[in-house]
Write a protein that binds this ligand. Structure first.
Ligand SMILES: [Zn+2]
Length: 257
């Protein structure tokens, strides 16, 4: 049995806590304090740490949590974060607390960004940090638009019933923007309503389902006619743009909102 729970950190980060009968791990502990508080209250011990990318709000708590113990910290190879002792690259398979993770390199937001994909009794799940968000995608800080586009396309090919665990609660802002791009998408409107309800009750909107992302997330929909028409009209394209140009235009539009 695998249990996945969020620990809130900072204003909108989620540190994902994964428990199996073999141990307990956290994904992207940007802050040690909320993790320590959980461990103390529940009288548990941390077995491992997983890192998706080097940003401080995903790694800032690692050193305090390790605290001279022999705790393994898994993360991308060649990361500029120096707290990793188990380096992972694309295609690696690694068993951590009894879970078989497959590593997917997804550069764009940062160059070192990786995702962790696994299955729980036939239910696939993904930790994707700041690359694929619920209703959106991460800003492109280090990579190129093409890298981010290709990274998202890799994630898009995972099973449709994959549960997507991203690193931030940005969903409502993302869906508000998505509605500007695609206001006639009924699945998107329904999703927005249900996320408003969740947030009004202080509930996380995450995990989301990959299938719903493909139906409603404009950054996974550059190949859709309706998105293409919106972008061509808004930015006054004279010639048919490619899918990657559409993706870039949507990303730049979001950056400027
Ligand atoms: Zn980040």
């Amino acid at each position: 049995m695998i249990k996945i729970e969020p620990i809130k950190a900072f204003s909108d980060n989620y540190i994902w806590l994964v428990t199996t009968n073999e141990g307990l791990l956290v994904v992207d502990p940007g802050d040690s304090e909320p993790v320590d508080a959980y461990l103390t209250i529940n009288k548990k011990q941390l077995s491992n740490i997983l890192i998706t990318h080097h940003h401080f709000d995903h790694t800032g708590g690692v050193k305090k949590l390790v605290n001279n113990s022999s705790l393994d910290v898994y993360g991308p190879t060649a990361s500029i974060f120096d707290g990793i002792n188990k380096e992972l690259k694309d295609g690696d398979q690694v068993n951590i607390i009894g879970i078989d993770f497959t590593i997917i390199e997804i550069p764009g937001h940062t160059l070192d960004h990786i995702a962790y994909f696994a299955e729980n009794d036939g239910e696939p799940f993904l930790f994707c940090g700041d690359t694929l968000f619920a209703g959106g995608c991460g800003r492109i800080f280090e990579g190129t638009y093409l890298q981010m586009y290709e990274s998202l396309n890799k994630l898009k090919k995972l099973p449709l019933n994959t549960k997507v665990y991203c690193g931030h609660e940005y969903t409502l802002a993302n869906l508000t923007f998505a509605l500007e791009v695609e206001h006639s998408n009924q699945a998107l409107k329904d999703r927005y309503e249900s996320c408003v309800n969740l947030r009004n009750n202080d509930q996380p909107t995450i995990p989301s389902l990959l299938e719903l992302e493909i139906q409603t997330n404009p950054f996974l929909r550059s190949d859709q006619k309706i998105i293409r028409e919106c972008i061509m009209q808004k930015f006054d394209y004279k010639e048919e743009p490619s899918d990657i140009e559409i993706f870039k235009a949507v990303r730049e539009w979001k950056d400027n909102t």
